[in-house]
Design a binder for this molecule. Structure first.
Ligand code: ZN
Length: 138
């Protein structure tokens, strides 16, 4: 069993369209800074099946636009799908992005690369989504 300290928080994200990448970096950074954890790691978990989470560039917005276009090309909304809800493309894209991330915490801050941002990835919106943040000290 770990002797480390951990906390869990939940943030809520409103998405704006069927497909939407929402930059949640500052919301996550606020939780890390409020925790007073100096060193450890931050696990982010998306408890959904048609939205995911990823890290990518948050400087040139065309990077996210290009990812969205490439995903749409790779996994079109209509196709040879059997899932009764009719949103198979959203399930596939969510799995491609993944449902959790881990980011180091150093000097009390989220330790991301210069060009990196954290994105909640919506594929069947607009909806209200949850992101669970688990912070570990140690
Ligand atoms: Zn479904």
């Amino acid at each position: 069993m770990s002797k480390g300290r951990w906390t869990i928080k939940r943030i809520t994200v409103k998405t704006r369209g069927r497909n939407d990448f929402v930059d949640i970096t500052s919301l996550v950074a606020e939780e890390v800074e409020a925790s007073n954890i100096q060193r450890g790691f931050c696990t982010l978990f998306v408890p959904h099946t048609t939205s995911g989470i990823t890290i990518n560039e948050n400087t040139d917005p065309n990077v996210i636009r290009d990812i969205e276009v490439a995903l749409e090309r790779a996994v079109p909304w209509t196709g040879d799908y059997r899932h009764f809800e009719g949103n198979s493309a959203a399930h596939v894209k969510a799995s491609l992005m993944g449902f959790s991330l881990q980011v180091p915490i150093a000097d009390g801050r989220l330790c991301l690369g210069t060009w990196q941002g954290i994105y909640l990835c919506e594929f069947d919106g607009p909806r209200t989504r949850d992101v669970w943040i688990q912070l570990f000290a140690g």
